[in-house]
Design a protein. Sequence first.
Length: 371
Amino acid sequence: MQAYDRNIPNNSLPSLPPPAECFQDKELSALVTSASRKLAELKGVATMLPNQSIFVNTISLREAKASSAIENIFTTDDELYKALAYQEEDNMQGPAKEIIHYREALWEGFRKIKEDGRITVDAIIHIYRKVKQTHDGIRPYQAETVIKKRGWGTLRGETVYTPPRGKGVVEKMLADMVEFMNDDQAYPIDPLLKMAMAHYQFEAIHPFRDGNGRTGRILCILYLIDKGLLDMPILYLSSYIIQNKDSYSYSLGNVTGTNNWKEWTSFMLESVSQTSDFTLYKIGQIRSLMSKTEQLMLAHKSFLSKIEIPKLFEQPYIRPKNLLSEKIKSINTAKKYLSELESVGILAKDKIGKEYVWFNTELMEILSSEC
């Protein structure tokens, strides 16, 4: 195998799939079986929930935060949840805005693949534009994009990879990747393996000027939905990746450098298994808190007759307008009930600008904790 020169565009990037011997292995088969079983358990638990969107909203927010942290975009949980509460007023600032945009891109991508019935190049571009809040598309062939080492030390700024470049080159590679993902007759490979292969390929193609990592991780989750392994985007994949960032980058680079697909696919399969377990645990914690909240509200029957419990769990910060329903029709009435919930310890009050909001402290604790 000819050595890869990281300083020249990788226009010789092979199409998918890699040779069968790179992924037909007993150890990989065992990892596929385990990851498939855990995903099936997660899908089953989620379908029994009264309102999956509660958990999509909360867990996808953690996914957004972790995914952005991989790109060195950091914010505190408090800033993030405040931004979420006020996102429609367009007063978000800095990292919180980036994270909310990721979450919006996840939902937009979900709606797009449901509408199209498959992964498309157009959907990928749509996701990228939402992530970056841009009208830009696939990077122009004349753009001399290179990936340099981040961080500190003597190697900082050194070129680690030069993605493909040339008129129509990136477009053709991206179209081939999407065909591989969609055509299960021509490429009859387990969807979890295809997800891992396609994620590598997407990062190697590096089709956009920026935001490729976040777009690629959204694509992983949406592909699992497209193949029926999940119903909703509730897999908290970026948590595992950020906790194992060095292994992620190392094994990704080893596919390019030494064609080591086994190491890469093993990492991705393990990430699915571990994050399925983690997401199941988080869902269990939130369900338990919902049950506990309902029990507390049983002692105040006026709460249960008016307040929809799921509304207290759609996001940690609750504004009076979020509580409005057929039963609660005015802001003043909503404030009254939120104050009563505060008085019995279910919610706490905070002031943002000139307005008071209430937050679900225990939900915030669950979402903030990595254990």
